[in-house]
Design a protein around this ligand. Structure first.
Ligand code: SAH
Length: 484
């Protein structure tokens, strides 16, 4: 029996979908209900009907789930950011552990027993709020003509004015209000993506949690960086009065595009980068105690830097442990960003080679090596697949044998995973071990299927939650070359 559109149905939520939606079953139909928590019995209004499934809108919670908690943010339903805020953090972690496991089984083709034998318990956060060191707020104009900053309502580009996101530090609100006040006082326009007119598009804020240093970058619809803002000093005066302010810059993005950052950055005040420190932890001990080793990094606006610094210490320390280094090894770190993992590895390896596509990030990586007194790391700009292939095929002058046949390869690609050429060359290089750090269990499993189909065996798997409140999860995996 099919549902009628707008029909109200009662359903018990039994599972959590990939996007965090509740999943229940009624008369053989699968019903997806956004904002319903696993364990809830709810009334849902049918909004979309398909052959074997339907989408419902949560109307009323009849019997709340034992996992249901009071969300901290009043906007959690409108905002696309935190899909799981109404679900207890403990239950979120179970969902994430299951998500990794089921991807490895369904997509990776691994046997459940094998996955269970390799998988360690997920590393959760101590405080799942105020953990993000980076935020990018869209700027726009509301119905009454006021400039506002906030977030896009889920699946739209309508800006909901809201300056205190619970995932970021409290300073973000102060910074946004400074900029908005300045824009109102000096009649500075916000960008309008429909017409391509107006000046201020986005505000990027980044904070070094260990250093306390703050970076603000205004993304503007302009082709030049100078004499753009009326009375620029008035803006800078407000911003630089904020404790920790270290760098104020603009990013030029005159294109009509969804890409947030432009390619050129000009510093208006202070330094070009902020710094942060990441400490090495012993992941084999309970409580993951500090080892006393630490590294500091310079980060520029365009460079990728992990968004949750507290969990990043655990993630990198785990990657280091999984790499199993003794001090002699040659290691490749693909998708290396500003060289964070590379430099973690360098302390325990003979030689480390990092590869990254963003030139500014490699500039940061080289400076970071120098700043930490590390001399056994070298970095290449380019796509991992191109650089690796070029070097393997002998296009580079000084390839030594160890570079072509490293002991360990670490990869940490973006959500889309590794390029197939990259996987192919990695297999030709035949390292003893590959450590895969991933922010998407589905593409991780897809790539592991390729690697483990050609002479590698799953060794260790562990989730690290970097993104409390959301459906996202980070995973570290090691695979080992089979001896035969
Ligand atoms: N390991 C780093 C960065 C991980 S994020 C860290 O932990 O900070 C993934 C990185 O891959 C980003 O810096 C991105 O710019 C880079 N990247 C994306 N596609 C790439 C490609 N094809 N080759 C090399 N790097 C790429």
């Amino acid at each position: 029996m099919k549902f009628e559109k707008n029909e109200i149905v009662t359903v018990t939520i039994e599972d959590i979908g990939n996007e965090g939606e509740g999943i229940g079953r009624v008369n053989g139909f699968t019903l997806f209900v956004k904002d319903a928590v696993v364990g809830d019995t709810v009334e849902a209004r049918i909004v979309k009907n398909k052959k074997t499934y339907a989408y419902g809108r949560l109307e009323k919670v009849l019997v709340p789930s034992p996992f249901r908690v009071e969300p901290k943010c009043a906007w959690h339903r409108q905002c696309g950011g935190c899909q799981l805020q109404a679900c207890s953090y403990e239950r979120q972690l179970i969902f994430k552990q299951d998500k990794i496991r089921s991807c490895l089984i369904r997509i990776g083709g691994f046997a459940p027993e094998q996955v269970d034998a390799c998988m360690e318990p997920i590393v959760g956060m101590e405080d799942p709020f105020r953990y993000r060191n980076k935020a990018q707020y869209p700027v726009g104009t509301d119905r009454d003509g006021n400039v506002v900053a906030g977030f896009y309502a889920a699946r739209t580009h309508n800006i909901i004015a809201h300056t205190d996101c619970w995932l970021g530090p409290v300073e973000n609100e102060t910074i946004l209000n400074c900029i908005l006040e300045y824009m109102r006082d000096y009649k500075v326009s916000a960008y309008d993506e429909n017409t391509g007119t107006g000046l201020v598009r986005h505000i990027l804020i980044r904070k070094g949690f260990a250093s306390g240093e703050i970076m603000v970058c205004l993304v503007i619809n302009a082709k030049k960086a100078f004499q753009i803002f009326p009375d620029q000093d008035a803006l800078l005066e407000k911003l630089t009065a904020i404790e920790g302010m270290t760098s104020v810059s603009v990013s030029l993005n005159p294109e009509q595009t969804n890409v947030i950052m432009g390619k050129e950055i000009y510093t208006l005040w202070g330094k070009d980068t902020i710094s942060d420190t990441i400490r090495v932890r012993d992941m084999t001990q309970t409580g993951f105690p500090l080892t006393g080793k630490e590294l500091t990094f310079a980060i520029s606006p365009l460079s990728f830097y992990q968004v949750n610094p507290v969990q990043t210490e655990k993630l990198y320390s785990l990657a280091l442990e999984y790499a199993g280094l003794t001090g002699q090894e040659t290691v490749w770190d693909l998708y290396c960003g500003i060289g964070t993992i590379s430099l973690f590895l360098a302390g325990n390896a003979g030689r480390v080679y990092g590869v990254e596509v963003i030139p500014q990030a490699i500039e940061d990586a080289r400076k970071n090596a120098e700043r930490n007194g590390i001399e056994n790391a070298a970095f290449f700009v380019g796509k991992a697949e191109d650089v690796l292939q070029e070097i393997y095929e002998g296009g580079m002058a000084d390839n030594d044998e160890r570079m072509l046949h490293p002991d360990v390869i670490v990869v940490d690609p973006p959500r889309k995973g590794c390029d197939s050429v990259c996987l192919e060359v990695m297999l030709k290089m035949r390292p003893e071990r590959i450590v895969y750090v991933s922010c998407d269990p589905a593409t991780l499993a897809r790539d592991l299927k390729v690697l483990c189909g050609d002479g590698y065996a799953l060794e260790r798997v562990r989730g690290v939650d970097q993104f409390g409140g959301t459906v996202h999860v980070e995973t570290v995996v090691s695979i080992q070359r089979k001896t035969s």
